[in-house]
Design a protein around this ligand. Sequence first.
Ligand code: NAG
Length: 320
Amino acid sequence: MSRLIVILGITGVQGSSVADAYLSSPGWKIRGVTRNPASESAKKWEMKGVEIVKGDLDNVASLKQAFMGADLIFGVTDFWTIFKDPESHKKKRPSQSLVEYCHDVELQQGKNIADAAAAVPSLFRYIFSSMAHAKNSSGDKFAELYHMDSKADAAIYAQSLPALTGKFSQVQAPIYFQLPWEWGLPTTPKKVADGTWRMAGIGPGNKGIPFGHVRKDFGPCVKAVAESEPNVNLFAVGEYVSWSDYLRIFCETQGLKYGGYDELSYDKFCELLPGGLGHEFAHNVLFAHEFGYEGKDPAVVRPEKVNHVLFDLVATLGHN
Ligand SMILES: *[C@@H]1O[C@H](CO)[C@@H](O)[C@H](O)[C@H]1NC(C)=O
């Protein structure tokens, strides 16, 4: 009899990666959960034989329904979906910043997933996509890194549920290697007047940033964790690359003239990316430099076999 994996966020980067890892594994049936089963991306999974069901992270009953009969559940929340939703501006309390509101919603969603998973008698393993708790692991220095702490506290909540004892593990995603190109970030390499390419970012240009090819490598990491004993906390990092090397490799592989990296102040970064976005990104990088992206938690393990050749990654940039 085949086993059933239920994947939240199947149309997202992490969920898609997990689905790919299990599509090529005999003996598994895949059920993908999405807010919008009618979307093009949901239909694509359906055509590959994946069962698609509707589920809403704000609604525990819908999750319980979606999880019925699951052996394995992959749970993921997305702070940035809440951040980008125009409704969030209306729903937040006037005294709350938008990112604080997103934190509260994301944490509640993480708790909802855990509660729903705890109600599945057939469950063998629940794997949650978490992050380090920036406030706790920095001794309160980075006390307002909302998109990290929400996930970390959701993981603590899952661990507190007796029904999930011996069934829970976590995987932490690294910084997506394409990220500098997204969101209109100031980190996107640009051609300047003298014909060279420069990029600007937060933090010094020579310190490593934990990158990864999440679409490709996250799924195999989740699968490895699912096949291990419970209570694993894996940091699915690919390779540490500094901003300067990132730009250098991009220029070398594209035949462009390397200019250099310009370090922006926190204030400047927040000015370029207002509304809390600059704050979350800037503190994420500064926290990673000082305390480790995964909070230097000795219990966190790293993949040994998911290293890449950076050239393969960055060579594909700018071509998609
Ligand atoms: C962070 O610290 C608070 C206060 O001690 C605690 O309640 C919470 O569980 C901690 N969270 C994590 C993820 O360690």
